[in-house]
Ligand binder design. Structure first.
Ligand code: MG
Length: 218
C-alpha cells in the first residue's frame, strides 16, 4: 500500500505496477463463533457463513462454552441460539456484550421473538427468527456488527456512564427520526450521524441533538 520512495505513486497504476506482488490484500474475513445445540442447524449455519466469505473460528452446542470460546478466539461476531444447555443464548449474549467482546446475533424461535425483541431494544445485538434464509441472516449480521461498532465508537466519544446513557438516548431518537421521516435504514442513519460528526469535528450525540430538534437533515 505504501508507495516506494521515488516510485510513480499514481494509485490508479498500482495494480499494473505491483503485478509481481499481486493485487492489494483483501480485507480479512469477519470471524464468527457459532453456538447452536441442534447439530444440523449449526452445520447449515456454518456452510452458509462460509459460502458468504465469513470465517467460522469456533462452534459449540453449549451456551457456557460459547462465552469461553468468544473470550478465547476473539471473533468479530457470535451467533447464539437462545435455547442451549449450559447457559441460554440471551444470558451468554449479555456476558459477551457487557464486556464488548463481539457483536451478537441471537437465533430465536418464533414463539420467543417478543422476549428477544425486548432484550435487543438496548441496541446491543440483533436477532433472527428460525427457520431463517440466507437473505435474512446477512442483514441481521450487518445490523449486529453495526451496533457493536456504534457502541464502541460511543464509548470512545463519551467517557462518563451517565452522559453516555443520555447520548445513547439522543442517538436512538435521532436515528428513529432519520428512519421515519427520511426513509433511511438503521445503518444509513448511523452513518449519517457519524459522518456529520466527523466532518464537523463534534461528537455524535451533538449531531443527534440537532437532528432531534429538526435543525439537521440528510
Ligand atoms: Mg436450541
Amino acid at each position: 500500500m505504501t508507495p516506494e520512495p521515488g516510485a510513480i505513486s499514481d494509485v490508479s497504476n498500482a495494480t499494473s505496477v505491483s503485478s509481481s506482488k499481486g493485487p492489494t490484500t483483501p480485507a480479512p474475513p469477519t470471524r464468527v463463533v457459532i453456538a447452536e445445540d441442534e447439530a444440523i442447524i449449526r452445520l447449515d449455519l456454518k456452510e452458509l457463513l462460509e459460502e458468504e466469505g465469513y470465517e467460522v473460528v469456533g462452534e459449540t452446542g453449549r451456551g457456557d462454552e460459547a462465552v469461553a470460546l468468544v473470550r478465547e478466539r476473539k471473533p468479530d461476531l457470535a451467533i447464539l441460539d437462545i435455547k442451549m444447555p449450559g447457559l441460554d443464548g440471551l444470558t451468554a449474549a449479555r456476558h459477551i456484550s457487557a464486556d464488548r467482546l463481539a457483536a451478537v446475533v441471537i437465533l430465536t424461535a418464533f414463539s420467543q421473538r417478543d422476549l428477544v425483541e425486548q432484550a435487543t431494544e438496548s441496541g446491543a445485538f440483533a436477532y433472527l427468527v428460525k427457520p431463517f434464509q440466507k437473505s435474512d441472516l446477512i442483514p441481521a449480521i450487518e445490523v449486529a456488527l453495526g451496533r457493536h461498532a456504534e457502541l464502541l465508537a460511543l464509548e470512545k466519544d463519551v467517557g462518563d456512564l451517565a452522559e453516555r446513557l443520555e447520548a445513547r438516548k439522543l442517538i436512538d431518537r435521532a436515528k428513529g427520526r432519520l428512519m421515519d421521516e427520511h426513509g433511511l435504514d438503521e445503518q444509513a442513519a448511523w452513518r449519517f450521524l457519524q459522518t456529520s460528526a466527523m466532518s464537523e469535528r463534534v461528537k455524535v450525540h451533538h449531531v443527534a441533538e440537532r437532528v432531534v430538534a429538526g435543525d439537521l437533515t440528510p
